[in-house]
Design a protein around this ligand. Structure first.
Ligand SMILES: [Zn+2]
Length: 264
C-alpha cells in the first residue's frame, strides 16, 4: 500500500520507530538514542508497542492544499508535524469544521412546530412522509456510524492528506443531509394527535445526542495527537449515533395506520 508507514526497530537501541515512506532509504537520527540509521523498505515490527515517530516533512503541494482548508486546519497540520500523530490532530480539526451545520440544528430544536391543517395535508400523506423520512434518517445514521467505526481507523493510519480530507468531506455531506432531514421534518405541518407529537419529540433528540458524540470523538483525537498515546486509544471513545430512544420510536411508529396507496 502506497501510503502506509514503516514500522521498524532501531538497530542500536531497539526502540520501536515509525517513519513515513518518504524516509525510505534515508539516513535518519534515531529519535531515542540519536544513532544514524537507514529506514528500511518494509516494516519489520507488527506488535502494538509504544513507538517514536520520525517527524513528517510536508511537501509544498500539501501545504497549499491544507491552507485552502482554512487557518485552523493549517495550524493543526503544521503543529502535528512535530508530534507523533499528525493525522489525529488534522482529522479532529477537519471534522470539527464539518460538524458546524449540526450545531445550527441543535440550536434549532426549540423552534415552534408547524401545525397540521386538514385542508392542506391529509393523514395518509403524513403517514407516508414519516415512513419515508424515518427510513432515510436511519440510513444516514447507519452511514455515519459505519464511517466513524470502520473508515476512520483506516484513514488515520494512512499517510495521505487527500484521503484524510476526502474522509472529512464525506462526513460533512452526511451531516448536511441529516440537517436537511431535520429541516424537512420541521417544515411539514404535523398532526396534533398521538403518536405524531411523540414521534416528533423522539426524532428531535437525535441531534444533541449525535452532536455530543461527535464532539467527544474529536476531543479524543485532538488529545491523542498531543499525548502520544498508543494508536488504539481513541477506540475507547463511545461512538453511537442512534437516538437513545430508538425503542420508543419504533413503538410509536408501529401505532401509525397503514398508508393507503395514492388514488391518482
Ligand atoms: Zn536508537
Amino acid at each position: 500500500m502506497a501510503n502506509e508507514v514503516i514500522k521498524f526497530r532501531c538497530y542500536y537501541c531497539s526502540q520501536h520507530i515509525r517513519a513515513f515512506r518518504e524516509h525510505i532509504g534515508q539516513s535518519i537520527a534515531c529519535p531515542s538514542c540519536g544513532s544514524m540509521i537507514t529506514v528500511p523498505r518494509e516494516s519489520s515490527v507488527q506488535e502494538e508497542e509504544e513507538e517514536l515517530v520520525v517527524s513528517r516533512k510536508f511537501t509544498d503541494e500539501e501545504l497549499t492544499l491544507i491552507r485552502r482548508e482554512g487557518s485552523g486546519a493549517y495550524e493543526a497540520f503544521i503543529g502535528g508535524a512535530v508530534r507523533d500523530y499528525w493525522q489525529f490532530t488534522l482529522v479532529a480539526d477537519l471534522l470539527g469544521k464539518r460538524l458546524l451545520p449540526l450545531q445550527a440544528t441543535v440550536l434549532d430544536i426549540m423552534r415552534k412546530q408547524e401545525v397540521y391543517e386538514r385542508d392542506v395535508v391529509t393523514h395518509t400523506q403524513f403517514v407516508q412522509f414519516i415512513n419515508e423520512k424515518s427510513e432515510e434518517f436511519f440510513g444516514l445514521l447507519y452511514l455515519l456510524a459505519d464511517r466513524m467505526t470502520n473508515e476512520l481507523e483506516r484513514v488515520l493510519y494512512q499517510d495521505d492528506l487527500n484521503t484524510i480530507i476526502a474522509f472529512a468531506n464525506q462526513l460533512g455531506i452526511i451531516l448536511g443531509r441529516l440537517k436537511d432531514f431535520h429541516d424537512s421534518i420541521y417544515q411539514k405541518p404535523l398532526p396534533t394527535v398521538y403518536p405524531y407529537p411523540e414521534l416528533q419529540g423522539i426524532l428531535k433528540s437525535w441531534a444533541p445526542f449525535c452532536w455530543q458524540n461527535m464532539k467527544n470523538v474529536i476531543e479524543e483525537l485532538k488529545h491523542l495527537g498531543v499525548r502520544k498515546q498508543t494508536d488504539s486509544s481513541w477506540k475507547r471513545v463511545q461512538m453511537s449515533f442512534s437516538p437513545p430512544t430508538l425503542h420508543q420510536f419504533y413503538y410509536h411508529k408501529l401505532q401509525l395506520p397503514e398508508a393507503e396507496p395514492d388514488l391518482f
